[in-house]
Design a protein around this ligand. Sequence first.
Ligand SMILES: Cc1ncc(C[n+]2csc(CCOP(=O)(O)OP(=O)(O)O)c2C)c(N)n1
Length: 560
Amino acid sequence: MRITTTDKEHITTFIHACIRNGMTRVVCSPGSRNSSIVIALDEHPAIETLIVHDERSAAFYAMGMALQLKAPVGVVCTSGSAMLNYYPAVAEAFYQSIPLVVMSADRPTEWVNHGDGQTIVQEGVYENHIRYQTRISKDLVENEINAEVDKAFEAALRTWVGPIHFNLPLEEPLYGTREVEWESEEAVEFNHERLELSDEMKSELSQIWNDSPKKMILVGQHDKDLALKNGLFDLCNDSSIAVLVENTSNLTHQRWVHCIDRTLAGISEDEIEKFQPDLLITLGGAIVSKRIKQFLRNAPIKAHWKAGYEFPAMNTYRKLTHSFEAKPSDFVDALVSMNLNRNTSNFGSVWKQKDFLNQDKLPAFFETVPYSDMAVFETLLDYIPENCHLHMANSSVVRYCQLYDPIPSIRYFANRGTSGIDGSTSTACGVAVASPNTCNVLITGDVSFFYDTNAFWNKQLPSNLRVFLINNGGGGIFRIIPGPRESAQLEDYFEAHHDRKAEFICKAHDVNYVSATSLEDIESQMADFFEESDRPKVMEIFTPRELNAGVLSNYFEIFS
Ligand SMILES: Cc1ncc(C[n+]2csc(CCOP(=O)(O)OP(=O)(O)O)c2C)c(N)n1
């Protein structure tokens, strides 16, 4: 097939190598130095492009698309500070294990630090948060470019998934084009090897398993994975195992504990020992619950097995004894195939019983709850449509959502890699753009929302996005957590109280906007809000900032 491309041969070779490695979507930000790359991408029949001005938002968009597509997604920007604005998303992609492909155009290397405009030292900028970084320049021949690109994608995709960075020095003139022949090639497949445990390892693990009447499996952030769910179900068909999952693990089962903080709140000092595991098995990424981290760090755990390719040395609970670089589902299957002894302990039931006991206390509590963040979450979560994507912004939103049992058909998203408040809306937009037939709901606080309003500043805004913006006049979390809430600086510096409203920001971006100040207001607008529309919609819900923290603390008290 004849295609138009840039006249810079090494860029065309580079783009073709990226396509072969599975990158077929790129979010482009405007500039001049990157024009040769943009021309090649825009003209290419195998590439779909989006345009987002703000590079910080662009990178979160791309990250959201990569999450949804389970494939590498590129971002391309001009030289200078533009590429620094990718950094928050690069760090998030690094800690959340997402294949974000950064392509930064650069001045020719000999002109860096010699007074040229829009020039900074770009190479190595993401040093501490990148799976692979390299320079692709015109000095490389075709084979060298192909080998380097393959190496980078291998690092990003085969086992430990994460972001990669290509820095591309380019000389003027930048806008020339030419025609070339291109044939689509077989895409590279990144197969991982299944975990094989040695006989020695099997006998060591069996010994520990048999010596541990109290076993706990804790699953952090993980995409929906039926193989993992089935494996866990087979492995945990045993009352000695407590399975604790957060909604971000996208796993649910009636025998498992879904609301960890709610359950922990009911454990009194004198019964702690009953709930402390001998053996801890952790799967998946970040854990939201600070309480469970504290609980496990203080527990006399004898062995901690961690399974996952990412961060094999990560020792969150300070008790790590074995790290298995494997897919969590493969590790669970390996344990299942060992036919481990069933144990007569009832440790799993003890946890689940506590969960049931605490659940029983909820209806009476919610009858008395005044209008507040807590009451709003209770109402909103009843209306989230089945099978949708639910994006939880950071701060108190993701924490409130952990207090309600997850809805099995929903896919939960949250930027828990770095827990930043800087890209939640852009990430939700990226996921929504890549899932046009699914309703995407974002629940966000006001500071997170105002921080990332440039998410709305682009042409491809997804109409399948619904945003619940809980405006409690600042960072409500700081009224909840001990420390800032007792500080004289609380209101000005931590909560950073403001009285901004989102109405005119939404109008500026032609986003539908409604507001609410009571539960009745919210409920009466819900049907319309979820009606199809050609634009996204925002419902701004105003809550009483000074009341929220007290209601939440009353909630935790009902379990004690
Ligand atoms: C990029 C970034 N800057 C600062 C913070 C620190 N921070 C954590 S929560 C928060 C306030 C968020 O407020 P809001 O989004 O309104 O949510 P609420 O606390 O009211 O639930 C801030 C500033 C952060 N996590 N990320």
